[in-house]
Write a protein that binds this ligand. Sequence first.
Ligand code: SAM
Ligand code: SF4
Length: 326
Amino acid sequence: MIADSFGRVHDYLRVSLTDNCNFRCFYCMPEEDYDFTPASRLMQPDEILELAKIFVAQGVKKIRLTGGEPLVRKDAAQIISALGKLPVELVITTNGTRIAELLPTLLEAGIKTVNISLDTLQPEKFMLITRRDVFHQVRSNIDLLLHHKIRVKVNMVVMKGLNDDEIKDFIEWTRLHPIQIRFIEFMPFSGNKWTSNKLFSLEEILTQIQKDFTVLPVDGAAHDTAKSFMIPGHEGSFAIISTMTAPFCSTCNRMRLTADGKLKNCLFSNGETDLLTALRNHEDVLPLIISSIWSKKKELGGQFDTHFKNLDASTINNRSMITIGG
Ligand code: SAM
Ligand code: SF4
């Protein structure tokens, strides 16, 4: 069992497969030109499997593959197939562009839920946010997953003045489709132009939805980061991830492995532990994992709190989201 000094048991591992991506979402990438990590410094498929097995032996029950864009890795299918054989719930967060090619692999690996990031339902705005003209490809890949009975959760980062006017359209989408929309509060990372006035909060999101719909809260699972809701008569549902205004640190069970094999005990931690180098040197990795998680801070990596109105994002000592693995 892996636990921290506050008694939180950690049984959920998020593994970034790459810091590379075929999109350029401004809220995720650093502002300056960015060189993706060369393949030799990324964890190789056998190394990912070996590290994953160490975590699973310590009670990890769920593994999420993320990135960067996990499905742009040439050996993504090999990695997914190998991890699919472990006794864990395997899930993935993706921008949705490569779902059609990888669908047979996802089905074979027993993946039952896919989180797809989609911040707008308007093709031109999609281009503005991602700098790629593939809105229709992502939209049809969502339908493809639903057709194959894979559960789809749609991640939508809500940013004031950019897409907050589309919340109602996303809710309308759930009327006839069994999808869950996950509205995410905009979070600060190195170089992502975050300012508190771009944040559209849990309260604002709920107020906006309640103008047009009857909203009922739904009980969540113990470690849910999202507050879940349903609308009577809708096939789908929605949830809000309120990291900034109502964080869920007290029940956190998450550990993050970056694509270059560093363990982060929190999304906002300023320290990391190099597991890959230790593995390559044939050292015992488990004590490193145990001590990293034990040193986890109580809330938000100890870097800020919910009084973020005057927060200067540049003072946060962290990687950019694309290099952490969201
Ligand atoms: N490329 C994949 C994707 O876009 O789903 C996986 C990696 S991405 C970093 C994981 C999630 O982090 C996405 O849902 C994305 O919207 C979210 N994300 C990235 N930057 C964020 C930010 N600054 N605030 C909130 N969520 C963010
Ligand atoms: Fe790429 Fe996902 Fe980040 Fe967009 S949010 S740049 S798709 S990693």
